[in-house]
Design a protein. Structure first.
Length: 320
């Protein structure tokens, strides 16, 4: 079984793009512009001659390289234009385990039960409006009416920076771990690229001409991924319910899915379920060669080094 790893700088981009764009499994997070924006470095595990590719983000702590799942993404995937045998998938994961010290990686099309299961929610848009509305929870319909009665205005165009500013406010207010201003700027770069290449739709909700919520729906083939942000005023006025309802109304009957992409914020996850989306699962691999010894990613690791030129011991603390 011929499996190799190719660093980003050595990837044949045309062949990689062909594999991603024509793969049987659609993975939005595998697109190069997404990986370039949301990860500082990445590469691909390759089976054969680009027959199967698995893109992964690469991090480094001191001399250790590891694989991680970037913030604002759910998973990577085994991508091929043909059906992939389970032994090929297993072989590629085994190869990565030998090459990297630590792996945190979502896998959109790994065998169910292979690793830890995580949930996301998908809403099929290819129904008529009656069927879609019937799937809304009672609370969802109430919140949509509340948004309308509060005179919230929703525009389907605007400046992407409005979404960035609302995102700053949201994540600061919720104090979400790992979501820094730097990460939000990276997300903004990705979303602006999607907007500039007509791969995304922007909706902004206003109250008294002040933006209170926004959502960007990014598309790959038959799937839309939602990135949303709301202010406290937007939350009270149920502005995001109005935005999502408008998007669904405009895409009713379309042979596509709206992927709510889960959320680390409980109130957002609850809102997503209220639209009648169906739960689906993907796998998440968490692997460490040092699991039974020292976990350098969860503990502060002190390494004592001897510098002969100064004849003294010095400590270097590695804090993730």
């Amino acid at each position: 079984m011929q499996i190799t790893f190719i660093e980003k700088s050595n990837i044949d981009t045309s062949r990689y793009d062909n594999c991603v764009n024509n793969a049987l499994f659609e993975c939005f997070y595998a697109q190069r512009y997404v990986l370039d924006a949301l990860s500082s470095n990445w590469g691909i595990c390759v089976y054969g001659d680009y027959e199967v590719v698995l893109p992964v983000a690469i991090g480094k702590k001191f001399i250790f390289k590891y694989i991680y799942q970037p913030v604002f993404t759910q998973y990577s995937a085994f991508l091929s234009q043909t059906t992939i045998a389970d032994n090929v998938k297993d072989g590629m994961i085994d190869y990565l385990k030998r090459k990297f010290l630590h792996i945190h990686l979502g896998l959109g099309n790994a065998r169910p039960g292979s690793y830890t299961s995580r949930d996301t929610f998908l809403l099929y848009l290819g129904k008529n409006s009656q069927e879609l509305n019937a799937g809304f929870s009672k609370q969802c319909r109430k919140n949509i009416k509340n948004c309308i009665s509060n005179n919230v205005e929703i525009h389907d165009s605007g400046n992407c920076d409005i979404h960035l500013n609302l995102s700053f406010e949201l994540y600061a207010r919720k104090n979400v771990k790992d979501v820094t201003r730097a990460k939000l700027y990276q997300l903004s770069v990705m979303l602006k690229e999607a907007m500039n290449t007509n791969k995304a739709e922007l909706y902004i909700a206003f109250s008294n001409e002040i933006p209170i919520a926004s959502a960007i729906f990014v598309r790959l083939k038959k799937k839309y991924i939602i990135y949303s942000a709301t202010s406290e005023t937007g939350r009270r006025n149920n502005a995001m319910y109005g935005i999502i309802h408008m998007f669904i109304s405009r895409h009713t009957g379309e042979d596509a899915f709206l992927d709510f992409a889960g959320s680390s914020i409980d109130t957002i996850a609850y809102r997503n379920r209220n639209f009648g989306a169906e739960k689906t699962s993907y796998q998440h691999l968490c692997y460490s060669k040092l699991r039974d010894k020292i976990n350098i990613f969860d503990l502060s690791l002190s390494i004592t080094l001897l510098y002969s030129m100064v004849g003294s011991w010095r400590k270097i603390s590695l804090i993730p």
